[in-house]
Design a protein around this ligand. Structure first.
Ligand SMILES: [Zn+2]
Length: 321
């Protein structure tokens, strides 16, 4: 079951929170879903209070953000600590069976939900949504099945809501803790992205790293990969073939110049993988992994194929595979 477009249940208004809340509650509590106990916790402790209080995180009792600890595929104790990660978690687990093409449509749906939700919450929209997945055996076989009734896994996550600051660092720290609890290699500071900025002559000096260093490069914990990578850490370290695909939330939600097409609304009507990929290319929505995520992948010896690059370089859509 692929969830509906958010726009079809709620007009984009700050008063839409109760409608969205009702819809998400129903999605999380379906009795046939084997994950419903975790989805319900995510709804009760993150999604519902966030929508009620118009924030992207929930205040914890100790002054930091409140996290919900749930199993996420291969990570048995993943901390979910913000609204958008929670959305990715429930979308990942709401589908019993889906083809690879449907997975990309689900990623598009996630991009739409991020935009509508951020408007309702009155905060900045995460810039990128990302999906990590077991590589389908071949592109000819787009019927390959994913979802909780099947063996092939996928994980959806987004970057952390940027700007306005409040809660953002705590959310990143929570993600970094989850990552480090299962990651076989230590992280480097400054991050590879920050180093690249520094060596390009911008950013901080040699002495100390300012808290505002993210202005000059992405910190650890920001990318969606800091959730999806730990969720499939055993697959990554064992070198199992995985794929990643990241999309710009803005590009997916904006009208393509010169047309009347908004990708998130068009995607549900595209059937073939070729049409889906063409849409992502024309929309300019494909986002390659950043240097931080490449560093994580390479240090763990992972075999993760970046489909944003693969699709962007595929001139002839008949030779995508
Ligand atoms: Zn990244």
């Amino acid at each position: 079951m692929i969830p509906r477009l958010f726009s079809s249940i709620a007009s984009t208004s700050r008063n839409s929170a109760p409608l969205i809340s009702t819809y998400l509650r129903e999605l999380c509590s379906r009795s046939k879903n084997p994950n419903s106990i975790y989805l319900t916790r995510i709804f009760d402790e993150i999604l519902f209070p966030c929508l009620k209080n118009a924030k992207h995180y929930v205040n914890g009792t100790d002054g930091t953000v409140h996290s919900v600890r749930v199993p996420f595929h291969e990570h048995k104790e993943m901390d979910i600590s913000d609204y958008f990660s929670a959305l990715g978690y429930i979308l990942t687990h709401s589908t019993a069976t889906a083809s690879f093409t449907q997975l990309i449509r689900l990623l598009s749906c996630y991009a739409e939900w991020c935009r509508v939700s951020s408007f309702v919450l009155g905060i900045n929209t995460p810039t990128v949504v990302q999906m990590l997945f077991d590589e389908p055996p071949s592109f000819e076989n787009t019927l390959t099945r994913y979802g909780h009734a099947n063996t092939l896994k996928f994980s959806l996550a987004s970057s952390v809501s940027a700007g306005k600051g409040e809660g953002r660092e705590d959310v990143r720290e929570s993600r970094v803790s989850s990552l480090q609890s299962v990651w076989p290699h230590s992280l480097v500071y400054p991050t590879p992205v920050q180093r690249a900025h520094a060596s390009a002559g911008i950013g901080y000096g040699r002495s100390s790293i300012e808290p505002s260093a993210e202005l000059f490069g992405t910190p650890w914990g920001h990318c969606g990969e800091s959730v999806s990578f730990p969720s499939m850490h055993q697959s990554i370290t064992s070198g199992r073939p995985l794929g990643t695909l990241a999309l710009s939330v803005k590009a997916m939600n904006c009208v393509i110049p010169g047309t009347d097409i908004t990708p998130v609304y068009a995607m549900p009507f595209l059937i073939s993988i070729t049409d889906v990929i063409d849409m992502l290319k024309v929309a300019g929505a494909l986002r390659p992994m950043c240097l931080n995520c490449l560093y994580l992948r390479n240090n763990a010896g992972g075999c993760i194929n970046d489909h944003a690059i693969k699709y962007a370089m595929s001139g002839d859509m008949n030779h995508v595979g």
